[in-house]
Design a protein. Structure first.
Length: 265
């Protein structure tokens, strides 16, 4: 996949990994379509791009948890650009609460934002993408999509679900030239913990120590862009937490001992 000259739609583009990836893809020559609910932040980011090269950035405000809004966004994008080469399903929210303290309503909200929105957006854009010869779907999952971690029950469930759905879809669409890349960040320096949901649905409002010392978000964006160019199937981004994947595979008892003792914040 060539990024220069391509068109990319990024959900959750108003902050964090989505914003950083929009900057990275734009800098590499892509036309970027920014989506999120925070319209002022999207337009502020677009204004910074327009100073560099007007016309290569578009804003499509969208609440990806609402099917009607997704349908409207897809229609608008089809009016704005002739084709879509890259879709980045990045919109998401994390969790900071134990299972016994979390209402089922919050569990459902986390699945709606993290899993069903990605499915909805992808299904909305796929027929058009296929009719134009194919494309690339990027899914921002998490290390929590590969193993469970305390205070992340529904969050981990939503990320595990992404792998099941999109890895299967990759196999189904292989002969239609649709590529799928799963991105699994660990601790990246963003405000994801600040915006996390607690058990009663309130905002956590704190920066985790691990998050504050995580991988710089700009580096994360560069790794994702390289994964798109190289058609990587799955990419893990983070620090020492990446080794937990290896430990779980070769020595499960040690893995469980570690995750029972490492601070979830």
């Amino acid at each position: 996949m060539r990024i220069k000259g391509s068109t990319a739609w990024i959900t959750g583009a108003s902050s964090g990994i989505g914003e950083a990836l929009a900057i990275e893809l734009f800098s590499q020559g892509a036309t970027v379509i920014l989506s999120a609910r925070n319209e002022p932040k999207l337009h502020a980011l677009k204004a910074s791009f327009d100073k560099i090269e007007p016309g290569r950035c578009h804003v499509v405000v969208c609440d990806v948890t609402r099917q009607e809004a997704v349908d409207q966004a897809v229609d608008k994008i089809r009016q704005l650009v002739s084709r879509l080469d890259i879709l980045v399903n990045n919109a998401g929210v994390s969790q900071r609460s134990y299972a016994l303290e979390t209402s089922i309503a919050v569990d459902r909200d986390l699945l709606e934002v993290n899993f069903f929105s990605a499915v909805s957006v992808s299904k909305g854009i796929l027929p058009w993408m296929i009719s134009n010869g194919g494309g690339h779907i990027v899914v921002i999952s998490s290390m929590a999509g590969k193993f469970g971690f305390r205070m992340r029950t529904a969050y981990a469930a939503s990320k595990h679900a992404l792998h099941g759905f999109f890895e299967t879809m990759r196999a189904e669409l292989h002969d239609r030239n649709v590529k799928v890349t799963m991105i699994c960040p660990g601790r990246v320096r963003t405000d994801i913990s600040v915006h996390s949901l607690t058990g009663d649905g309130k905002i956590y409002g704190k920066m985790d120590a691990g998050q504050a010392h995580g991988v710089p978000v700009e580096r994360c964006a560069r790794i994702i862009a390289r994964a798109i160019r190289c058609n990587r199937k799955e990419v893990f981004i983070g620090g020492a937490e990446r080794f937990l994947l290896l430990v779980k595979r070769i020595c499960p008892p040690l893995f469980y001992w570690i995750v029972n003792r490492v601070s979830p914040t």
